[in-house]
Design a protein around this ligand. Sequence first.
Ligand SMILES: C[S@@+](CC[C@H](N)C(=O)[O-])C[C@H]1O[C@@H](n2cnc3c(N)ncnc32)[C@H](O)[C@@H]1O
Length: 213
Amino acid sequence: MFDAIAPRYDAVNKAMSLGLDSLWRRRTVQLLGLPAGALVLDVGCGTGDLVRALGRASARPVGIDISAGMLTHARAGKGSLIRGDAAALPFPTASFDAAVSGFALRNFSDLAAVLGELGRVVRPGGRLALLEVSTPTTPSLRAGHAIWFNRVVPRIGAILSDEAAYRYLPRSVAYLPSTGEMRAMLDEAGFAGATRRQLSGGIVQVLTGTRRV
Ligand SMILES: C[S@@+](CC[C@H](N)C(=O)[O-])C[C@H]1O[C@@H](n2cnc3c(N)ncnc32)[C@H](O)[C@@H]1O
């Protein structure tokens, strides 16, 4: 699916988030709270938006994605990109200062395996920040968001890209474990102090944690 939508992926992203995604990515990078020069892995990096945001924040980013199509259309800025499976990372244990992912959790067929791998490659004391979609808690925002996400987004996708793929997007939210389950999975993977922050009224969330020493 991602190979097919790769050529128009960035355009659809900007349209369906009304350009807010840049802000969310910057905030995700800030929440890592790392010094300049930190080596940061972005799993499911797609076309490289988070990799570039990390580079602009003076980190040393490495992006990994399983889709050759997404990588063909990616720009890495100061970072580097490789093709591979986030559930079987080709990196040594404790080789990164931090890891991030942007809107990829719902797409990993084995999320527990991916989190386990992140727990392996992030060094003790290192950081994790996972950016994902969410549902606003305020009733009015929730109603507006449901219309936008379930009706408008698939139409934007149909006009700019591939209708079926963007009908899958709202449905894919069902694959995201609950906050409680996510906290338990992060703990199991070795990340302590899991914290969830909602951004932009709860349209998206960032889960953070620190690799236990
Ligand atoms: C919704 S896109 C997100 C792309 C990018 N992170 C962003 O913020 O726009 C999800 C990405 O996860 C990738 N992906 C899915 N399963 C994967 C896996 N097992 N290993 C690596 N990448 C994977 C897909 O190829 C796709 O590029």
